[in-house]
Structures are given as C-alpha cells and as structure tokens.
Design a protein around this ligand. Structure first.
Ligand code: GDP
Length: 530
C-alpha cells in the first residue's frame, strides 16, 4: 500500500487533441466551470493566442510570459484531481505539442461534426497510438449542421484506424438537433442550450410515453432505425480495449451550448485511467512507488532578454514531490535541489509545495536539463525513464550565417537551441557541418531560432526554405548502405549530428515508393530518443 494511495489514485492526467477551431478551448473551459475552477465563461479564452502575424510573435510572447505556453490546468471535480495538459495549436504548433502527449495518461479527441477528422488531429492521434493510451472522442458542434453520425464513425475508423463505440447518439443536428440518446441507460436527453449549463436537463426512457413527443416523430423514427443499425454495426464497449487504446468511446455534444459536456466528463473520468506506470532502465515504475521520480518533457526558454532562465516541465511518475527536496538528476550525473517549482492552477501560475504522481511541475532551469531527463529520489539511484522520441519536422530550411567570423558562436547557439528541443538540426549527407539544415514542426520555431541567435548569441542568420515536408528515419541504419538507396527524384539524403542518416521528401507518396523500390528497407516516422 502506497503512502500516497489516496492522492495518486484520484488523479486523471490527460491532453485534449484537436484541429484548431474544433472546440478544444471551449470544452476545456466548460470542464473548468464544472470543477468550479473558473466561474465565468471566457477565462480560458483570454489565455489563448489571438490569431497573429508571425512578426507579432515576440510581443505576444512577452505579454503572455510563460502562461499561454505553460503546460497544465489543474482542478477538482467529484473527488477527482484533474490535470489537463495543453497541446498548443495554431501557430504555436511545435514539437512541444507532441511531447506534451508523452506526459498524458489518456487523450480526448475533439472533432468538429461538420468537418470530421482533420490534419492536426491525425498527427496528434498517431502519437497517442504509439503510446497505446486510451483515446476518447467528443464529436462537437451538433447544434450546427453536421455530417451524418454513421459517416463520422466510419471516417474515424478508416482514417485513424481505431474502432469506435458510441456511448450516446445524436438525434438530428443543427436546427433540428433534439438531443442525445444514451445507449447504456436507454434515455433520451433533450437539447437545451445553456452557457454555464449547471441545471438539470429533462430525460426520458426511450420507450415510455412522451419520448416521441420529446424529440418529434421524425427524430424518433430515425433514432429507432439508427439504434437498430448501431447495435448490429458497432463495437461493443469493452473497458480493457478502451484502456489499451484499441477502442475509442464516442460522445456527441456541443461544447459551446454546454450540452453533453457534463455527461462526457462523468463517463470519461470513470473510463480513463489514474496515473500509469512508466517504463525505465530498471523496469516498470509504479506511480504508487513511495520514491519520487519524474521526467522532463518540455523546456520553455524565457524570451525576455533580461531573464535568460528557462522552465523545465516535468511529469511526476511516482511518489510525492516536496519543495526543496534533493533529487538525482540522472543525465546530469549529480544531486540537485528542486526549488521554486510552479504549477498552473486554472489560469494562474502558483508556487507548489507538494505534488504527486500524475501532476506536472515547472522547475526553474539554469540550463542543466534536456528533454527526456530523469529526476528521482536518490534512493532510486541512477535509473532512467525511457527517452522521448524526436518527432517529424515538416518544415525545413538551410541556415546561412551572415558573418562567417562568428562560426563558433553560431554552432554553440544553434546546438543549444536544438538541445532544448525547439528545433532539429541536420547536415548534408556528404559535406557535413558546412551546411546546416534546420527542421521544425511549426514554422513559428524558425522565428524563435532567428530571434534567439541574434539576441542571445549575437549571430545573424538567413533561412532559405527547402521544399521538403516529410522526413523518415532509417531503421537499423548501421546495416543499410544509404548511398545505394534507390530514391525518388524529390528525395534528399541528410544526416543528424550523430551521423545517423535520414531521408527528406517533398511528396507524401514518395516514402512508400522508396520502400517499394528498396525491398528490406524500413522507415520510421519517429526518431530515436532524446
Ligand atoms: P479550438 O481552436 O479547438 O480551441 O476551438 P475553440 O474552442 O476556440 O472554438 C472555435 C470556435 O468554434 C469558437 O468560435 C467557438 O465559439 C466555436 N464553438 C466551439 N464549440 C462549439 C459548439 O459546440 N457549437 C458551435 N456552434 N460553435 C462552437
């Protein structure tokens, strides 16, 4: 029995993934309302980055300090302690967005009912699948015209390759949206639009008198037909399969009008998981292990010139954190004291005195941490959690240094920024470091790079965009004769700083063609660990 059993088992740490505008912020805000963490709609909205030109970025970053890009919102609801991890989107979309998923125990996928599965959702979904974490689907905006729910299910299964199990089912949509039918309780809940929506909503059993009047004859008939189809066609609910990420429970609702949000939250909290064990060099570490352990999944550099400090975000994997505690920084090879940790409570940043497995803390970083580092109680020795993979950049540019006399600063600066995980750097396959190619997940990172090199290292650069969008790591590369790979005309061979070869492509179909042309070759969309 763990010393911290009660605290840890009530924790639920998850990320919300979606394509921009699907309703992630609105849904988060409604969750916070239920948790009483905020009492006014719009509080989360204020945190959100306004749509902005890239050139405005610095000013915005200054204004928002670390708060917008910060990592987690914590609140309490019905005895649970909930940590929602923010997955930055829009222009903030970067490798950090992917890394955040490494800290989550499950994911909520928000889909716009009129748009279906969109590009950013697909990318984030792949990371969840890689980790085999439970994935829950909230199909949003039913108060607007929506795609047919069967088509939406089909699309999720086809495009994402995950089986679906609807927990409730919509009756109409848009102007004709009448409500949802709960497949478990057999009840119909009528759609009532509300902003905060903390009121009771009328519900009826499907086959009692009045149910037909409740949703109208057309809606009722259609529902009966749908139910028949559903019972035959879709997966049965199976908690084990949900836990392994093989089936996604699906919910329909409308975040804006707060319809279906509370039902979703309640079901979700029961079906999702308390903090999961994590794999390490000494085997699985249970969250209930009494010793403290954590890993760094994100490093946030301070953009303010006067404060060059950074914040390292850590996911606590076991035990309890106490302010000022002494820990092993495994990769750094020394003992350190974790002072001044911070945590996001709803919309404010606060100093935390204690935190438990499942929680995220932000720790002041004088420049010692790297992505993937392990921090643990000295009693755990030098065990290390599995590293974090590098994720595929989608934008590439050749870096030209304006003043060649400053070569040393340039290499130092760009290597440091790469180490923090903001960018990835590569070299030409044949010529090496004379030419540096930089790859980023989101284009904003190009501006971050340029700005930081100028301001912190006094080095001016020019970035010449390259036409590549797809990168593949070569599996078992030591045994592959890369020079002899039979490529496509849009393919470019490069290598990383450790001389590992990679392939870049301009067209999405080219990696497949290369696989066909080179029997035995194996390519991966995720890189080796940090
Ligand atoms: P995010 O980019 O995924 O965080 O999306 P937001 O939460 O900012 O929502 C994008 C837009 O969709 C906003 O204008 C919201 O008001 C709107 N929206 C969100 N949920 C709903 C919904 O259930 N119904 C309707 N009609 N609009 C919604």
């Amino acid at each position: 029995m763990s010393l911290y059993e009660n605290e840890i088992s009530k924790r639920r740490t998850f990320a919300i993934i979606s394509h921009p505008d699907a309703g992630k912020t609105t849904l988060t805000e409604k969750f916070l309302l239920y948790g009483g963490a905020i009492n006014q709609a719009g509080s989360v909205k204020g945190r959100k980055t306004a749509k902005h030109a890239v050139s405005d970025w610095m000013e915005i970053e200054k204004q928002r300090g670390i708060s917008v890009t910060s990592s987690v919102l914590q609140f309490h609801y019905e005895g649970y302690c909930i940590n929602i991890l923010d997955t930055p989107g829009h222009q903030d979309f970067s490798e950090d967005t992917y890394r955040t998923l490494m800290a989550a125990d499950s994911a909520v996928m928000v889909i716009d009912a009129s748009k279906g599965v969109e590009a950013q959702t697909i990318k984030l979904f792949k990371v969840c699948v890689m980790r085999h974490i439970p994935i829950f689907t909230f199909i949003n905006k039913l108060d607007r015209e929506a795609n047919d729910p069967f088509d939406l299910m089909d699309e999720i299964e086809r495009v994402l390759g995950i089986k679906t199990c609807p927990i409730n089912w919509p009756i109409g949509c848009g102007k004709n949206f009448k409500g949802v039918y709960d497949r478990n309780t057999n009840k119909i809940t009528t759609f009532v639009a509300a902003d905060a929506g903390m009121h009771e909503i009328e519900s009826h059993e499907l086959d009692v008198e009045g149910a037909e009047d409740q949703v109208g004859i057309i809606g009722y008939q259609k529902l009966l037909e749908d139910i028949e189809l559903l019972d035959g066609a879709c997966e049965e609910f199976d908690q084990d399969k949900v836990s392994n990420g093989e089936i996604s429970p699906v919910f329909f609702g409308s975040a804006l009008t707060n319809f279906g949000v509370e039902t979703f939250l309640e079901h979700f909290l029961k079906m999702t998981t308390s903090p999961l064990p994590r794999h390490s060099s000494i085997g699985e570490i249970s969250p209930f292990d009494d010793n403290f352990s954590a890993f760094v999944f994100k490093i946030q550099a301070n953009m303010n010139k006067a404060h060059r400090d950074r914040i390292a975000f850590m996911r606590i994997c076991s035990g309890k954190f106490e302010a000022g505690m002494e820990v092993n920084h495994v990769q750094g090879g020394r003992k350190i004291r974790l002072t001044q940790p911070q945590q996001m409570m709803a919309s404010e940043r606060t100093i935390v005195e204690e935190a438990y497995a499942g929680d995220i803390i932000g720790v002041f970083d004088p420049g010692i941490f790297s992505i993937g580092d392990t921090i643990c109680s000295p009693k755990m020795g030098n065990m290390a959690f599995d590293g974090i993979p590098t994720f595929a950049p989608e934008h590439f540019a050749r870096v030209r240094q304006m003043d060649t006399m400053k070569r040393k600063q340039f290499i130092k600066g760009i290597s440091q920024i790469a180490l923090e995980g903001a960018i990835q750097i590569f070299q030409e396959f044949n010529t090496g470091m004379e030419e540096i190619i930089v790859g980023v997940v989101g284009v904003l990172q190009f501006d971050v790079l340029k700005f930081r090199l100028e301001n912190e290292y006094n080095v001016e650069i020019r970035l010449d965009p390259l036409p590549y969008e797809y990168i593949r790591w070569i599996e078992d590369w030591e045994n592959v004769d890369v020079a002899r790979i039979n490529g496509t005309s849009d393919m470019k061979k490069i290598k990383d700083l450790k001389d590992r070869p990679l392939l870049l492509f301009a067209n999405s179909w080219s990696p497949q063609m290369v696989l066909e042309r080179n029997p035995g070759l194996k390519l991966s969309e995720f890189g080796t660990e940090h």
